[in-house]
Design a binder for this molecule. Structure first.
Ligand code: NDP
Length: 253
């Protein structure tokens, strides 16, 4: 069991989209908190770079899992879960962070192909992944945590956010359904977290005219990511949370 400085010691945490942006910072945060982090993402080199950052600090050795969530063959998800089980036996947490923005456009002119791609990665791939990771989370020796990544446009619809917004509504649905299913049948808690505007390449793509320096860095919201993944949040379940509110509340404690 971890202590205050390393609340995730001896825990195995999988982070999707761990090669860039919020996912990379979260992976490093979890490793600094003592976790063995499984780095999942599409681009092997980016995952290797996150791995090297963890190695350079002498933290628990991470593992690189190149995987494309656009995958439509369910067997590939089964193979992935089998590989994790073989090497680690179980999971204590999953940060479902990977996602794509797609096209900022009115629904009327949204491209069918882009719509399908966003839904495949942000919804269908996430479903297939978490479906096959649940048995590994059930094997956690203590509590386990699943964090889905939402957005403010996944909680109130907004013009021109198209498939991305709809996929984030679906993510909230996935969270709510899974949370009810895990309630009283497991020690797995399930929540969604909206990071809020954060300085990453996705933010630049969504707001090209904005000065990136005016947007907070991922580091600033890590207290929320750490809290939700660590045993301190064991009673938080089925909630749609905002990272900045959570950080403010944690600061006030
Ligand atoms: P980035 O674009 O920086 O990172 C997205 C990550 O998702 C990358 O690591 C990327 O890896 C991975 N990813 C994308 N497609 C796939 C795929 N097919 N298979 C596997 N991995 C994939 O975005 P952010 O860090 O900004 O976003 C992280 C999460 O936070 C997302 O869910 C986003 O919607 C959400 N969010 C972000 C906000 C912000 O202001 N930044 C605001 C609200 C929500 P690769 O490139 O190798 O595929």
């Amino acid at each position: 069991m971890g202590n205050t400085a390393t609340p995730l010691s001896d825990r195995v945490i999988l982070v999707t989209g761990a090669g860039y942006g919020i996912g990379r910072t979260a992976a490093l945060t979890y490793a600094r908190a003592g976790a063995t982090v499984l780095l999942l993402g599409r681009t092997q080199q980016a995952l290797n770079d996150t791995y090297d950052l963890i190695e350079a600090e002498g933290l628990p050795q991470a593992a690189v899992l190149p995987f494309d969530l656009e995958e439509t063959d369910e067997d590939k998800f089964i193979e992935l879960a089998g590989l994790i089980e073989q090497h680690f036996g179980h999971l204590d947490g999953v940060l479902m962070n990977a996602g794509v923005l797609g096209q900022r456009a009115p629904l009327e002119t949204s491209h069918w192909e882009t719509w399908q791609k966003v839904m495949q990665i942000n919804v269908n791939g996430q479903f297939a992944l978490i479906k096959h990771l649940i048995p590994l989370l059930r094997k956690a020796p203590a509590d386990a945590s699943v964090i889905f990544t939402s957005s403010s446009v996944g909680r109130a619809g907004r013009a021109y956010w198209g498939a991305y917004a709809v996929s984030k509504f679906a993510t909230e649905g996935l969270m709510q359904v899974l949370a009810e299913e895990m309630e009283n049948t497991s020690r797995i808690r399930v929540n969604s977290l909206n990071p809020g505007g954060t300085r990453t390449s996705m933010r630049v793509a969504a707001y090209p005219a904005e000065n990136p320096a005016s947007v907070p860095e991922a580091e600033s919201i890590m207290p929320a990511y750490l809290y939700l993944m660590s045993p301190a949040s064991v009673s938080v379940h089925g909630q749609a949370l905002n990272a900045r509110d959570l950080c403010a509340g944690l600061n006030a404690e």
